[in-house]
Design a protein around this ligand. Structure first.
Ligand SMILES: Nc1ncnc2c1ncn2[C@@H]1O[C@H](COP(=O)(O)OP(=O)(O)OP(=O)(O)O)[C@@H](O)[C@H]1O
Length: 274
């Protein structure tokens, strides 16, 4: 399902303009990443898709149907939502956390639990963890439960708000890889919020770089943005002159290698490839 923002704005009651005239098409079955610094309006954009926040102006449409005309509860049934701290219910076991929403929707408990176990397989959680409580899981495992729970209603759309912000870098990398695998297998339309540009480039088919007021600094594939940053702001934000993206060629007896700004060799230059 494609999601389209048409001239959407959001002004909070205190006068803060969090989103100012935002228009973007998020294609079906692709991952769109919203990336920007703190306060740029990413979460506001995301939460307008499932109507946890109502826009002050403009239209948001899913497959061309404006969501303002849809019943919010029914709308949310088709949309999975994953949050940074996983948002699990502390007194519910893993399996019941995953099964909660289907049970609320009327699926018999036994059937919902069965499906929850299947979803544990999908997100790479051992079924042996099913009876544990969230506090008995690692941060990475909790996040996987959060993803399984979001998938439990079999949504076409998955909203992910900094889902891996609170886990350590190694687990984060694992979860990122899992997200790419899940996307390939399940073909959901994913909207992913992060302030980490590397995560954005890794996961995004389409990356939207935001400035304050959710103004679009650049939108494109990771390749388009890296190869042709639209402004000094974007060049600076994506770090074209720093870290792993600032590569220079170094000659070695066996050929040319590429070295990043920190002096680490990142790879070998293969002439004529790609
Ligand atoms: N309920 C609210 N009332 C007033 N202002 C708000 C409210 N919620 C968010 N804002 C403001 O709107 C702007 C955008 O906030 P939002 O949470 O969407 O940004 P964000 O890019 O997700 O930030 P972060 O990365 O820190 O989560 C900020 O200036 C924020 O202070």
């Amino acid at each position: 399902m494609a999601i389209e923002f048409r001239a959407v704005s959001k002004r909070y009651p205190d006068g803060t303009v969090a989103v100012d005239d935002f228009s973007v098409l998020m294609p079906a079955h692709k991952t769109t990443v919203l990336v920007g610094s703190s306060g740029s309006g990413k979460t506001t954009l995301l939460r307008m898709i499932n109507r946890l926040i109502e826009p002050s102006g403009g239209v948001i449409a899913i497959d061309d149907e404006p969501i303002a005309e849809r019943d919010p509860v029914k709308l949310r049934r088709g949309i999975g939502y994953v949050l940074q701290n996983a948002g699990l219910l502390p007194h519910f076991s893993v399996v019941d956390n995953i099964a909660t929403v289907p049970v609320l929707n009327g699926v018999p408990r036994g059937r919902a639990r069965e499906r929850a176990l299947e979803l544990m397989d999908v997100v790479g959680l051992e079924r042996g963890l099913a009876k544990r409580y969230p506090s008995q899981l690692s941060g990475g495992q909790q996040q996987r439960v959060g993803v399984a729970r979001a998938l439990a209603v079999d949504p076409n759309i998955l909203l992910m708000d900094e889902p891996f912000g609170a886990v350590d870098p190694i687990v984060r990398r694992e979860l990122q890889t899992e997200t790419i695998r899940l996307q390939r297998e399940l073909e959901k339309t994913i909207v992913f919020v992060t302030h980490d540009i590397d995560e954005a480039f890794l996961l995004g088919d389409q990356v939207v770089i935001l400035e304050k007021g959710a103004r679009i600094a650049q939108i494109g594939t990771p390749e388009q943005i890296i190869e042709n940053p639209a402004s000094d702001f974007v060049a600076d934000f994506i770090g074209v002159e720093r870290g792993t993206r600032a590569l220079h060629a170094k000659q070695t007896p066996r050929g040319t290698v590429l070295v990043d700004a920190a002096g680490r060799t990142q790879g070998v230059l293969v002439e004529g490839a790609a």
